[in-house]
Design a protein around this ligand. Structure first.
Ligand code: ATP
Ligand code: MG
Length: 350
C-alpha cells in the first residue's frame, strides 16, 4: 500500500480550512493507503516559542483526528516530538537545502512579517523539518491544503539533491532503487513525494477577506469557522461573512473577481461533496440571503457530529495520551530504520 504522511500544528483552534484542506482527506485515504498522521508540535515552536497550554493543544488536534474518523489502530497517530529522528533528519536536510531555496518560501515571508531579522531561525528552516517529517518514513503521498504546495516542491528538491549528491554512497550501500525523474534515470534512496491537493476547496479563505487564507493564527475569530464552534456560532459567522451585493452567478466563470462568493460556493461544494458547477446549478440567480442559510444548515449538519465527539474525547485525556504513546512507539521504530540507513549512506560510524 502507498504510504501517506501528513501533519497539523497544535497552534490553536482547528478550522474549516484544516478540515476540508487536510483532515477530511486524511480520513478518506485510510481505505487504500498506509497512513501516518502527526501532530507537529516541533513546528509549533517556530512562530511562537512559549505556549500556555501546549498539552491541551496537542490533545485537541489528536481528538479532532479521532473524532473525524481516523483509526489509530489501523494507522499511526502520534506527536512529532516523540520521534527525535524527525529532528535528526531535519539537521541533515539543513545541510542539503540551500539558503537561496529557503529565501523563496512565501509562508516564511508571510509569517515573519516586517521585521524579518527578528523571526526565529526555526521559522526559516521550517520547510526542511517538514521534508524530514515526510521522508523519514519515505512516504510518497502527502495530503495538504494548497498553501503547502511550495513546501512540497522543496521536499522534492531536497530528496533529489540528497539522491544525486550521495548517489555513489547509495549504490555502495545497496539501499536505493532505480527511478526516473522526468527522463533522468536516478538511483534514489528518497522517493519523490506526490502532493494530494484537490477537491473544490483546496484553499479555504477567510470569511472576512476573500484574498487571505483562513488561518488558526488570524486574530479575528469571525474570520474562521472552528471545529469546536456550536450551531449558533457557525450561524453567526456565516451570516456576518463578507459578500458582495450581487446574486450568485449560474456558472463558475461568474465567480471570477468575486473572491468572497467564490469561497462560500467552494465551501458549500466541499461540505456537500459536490462540484461548484453543481452548486451554482442549484443556487445561480439567488441572493446571499437565500444561499447563506442553506450553507449554515449544511455546515452545522457536517460539523456537529465531529464537534460532539471531539468534546467527548477531550474529557478522556488518558485515552488520548495512550493513543499518542502507542503511535509514537510504532512511528519511532519505522523512523529509526530509515535513520540507520541514512547514517550508513552518509558514512557515520554507528
Ligand atoms: P497556522 O496559522 O498556525 O499556520 P494553519 O491554519 O495554517 O495554522 P496548519 O497546521 O499550518 O494550519 O496546517 C494544517 C493543514 O491544514 C495543512 O495541510 C494546510 O495545508 C491545511 N490548511 C491550513 N489552512 C488552510 C486553508 N485555509 N484552506 C485549506 N487548507 C488549509
Ligand atoms: Mg499553516
Amino acid at each position: 500500500k502507498p504510504l501517506v504522511f501528513s501533519g497539523v500544528q497544535p497552534t490553536g483552534n482547528l478550522h474549516l480550512g484544516n478540515y476540508l484542506g487536510a483532515i477530511r482527506k486524511f480520513v478518506a485515504l485510510q481505505e487504500h493507503h498506509d497512513c501516518i498522521y502527526c501532530v507537529v508540535d516541533l513546528h509549533a515552536l517556530t512562530a511562537q516559542l512559549v505556549h500556555d497550554d501546549m498539552p491541551g493543544q496537542i490533545r485537541s488536534i489528536t481528538a479532532a483526528f479521532l473524532a473525524s474518523g481516523i483509526d489509530p489502530k489501523a494507522h499511526i497517530v502520534f506527536n512529532q516530538s516523540a520521534v527525535p529522528q524527525h529532528a535528526e533528519l531535519a539537521w541533515i536536510f539543513n545541510c542539503v537545502a540551500r539558503i537561496g531555496w529557503m529565501n523563496r518560501m512565501t509562508q516564511f515571508k508571510d509569517k515573519a512579517g516586517k521585521d524579518r531579522e527578528q523571526a526565529s531561525l526555526g521559522l526559516y528552516a521550517y520547510p526542511s523539518l517538514m521534508a524530514a517529517d515526510i521522508l523519514v518514513y519515505r512516504a510518497t503521498h502527502v495530503p495538504v491544503g494548497e498553501d503547502q504546495k511550495q513546501h512540497l516542491e522543496l521536499t522534492r528538491d531536497i530528496a533529489m539533491k540528497f539522491n544525486l549528491d550521495f548517489m555513489e554512497h547509495i549504490r555502495r550501500t545497496g539501499l536505493g532503487t532505480d527511478i526516473t525523474v522526468g527522463d533522468e534515470p536516478v538511483h534514489a534512496y528518497f522517493p519523490m513525494v506526490e502532493p494530494l491537493i484537490d477537491g473544490p476547496a483546496p484553499r479555504v479563505m477567510s470569511l472576512k477577506d476573500g484574498t487571505k487564507k483562513m488561518s488558526k493564527s488570524d486574530p479575528s475569530d469571525l474570520s474562521r469557522i472552528n471545529l469546536m464552534d456550536d450551531a449558533e456560532a457557525i450561524s453567526k459567522k456565516i451570516r456576518k461573512a463578507k459578500t458582495d451585493p450581487d446574486a450568485l452567478p449560474s456558472e463558475t466563470e461568474g465567480l471570477k473577481g468575486r473572491p468572497e462568493a467564490d469561497n462560500l460556493v467552494g465551501i458549500f461544494a466541499a461540505l456537500s461533496d459536490r462540484t461548484k458547477e453543481d452548486v451554482l446549478n442549484e443556487f445561480g440567480g439567488q441572493q446571499f440571503s437565500v444561499f447563506k442559510p442553506a450553507l449554515v444548515e449544511l455546515a452545522v449538519d457536517v460539523l456537529s457530529p465531529v464537534n460532539g465527539e471531539m468534546r467527548r474525547l477531550m474529557g478522556d485525556t488518558a485515552y488520548i495520551d495512550s493513543v499518542l504513546r502507542d503511535g509514537g512507539e510504532r512511528a519511532r521504530a519505522r523512523a529509526e530504520k530509515t535513520m540507520k540507513e541514512v547514517r550508513d549512506i552518509i558514512g557515520f560510524v554507528q
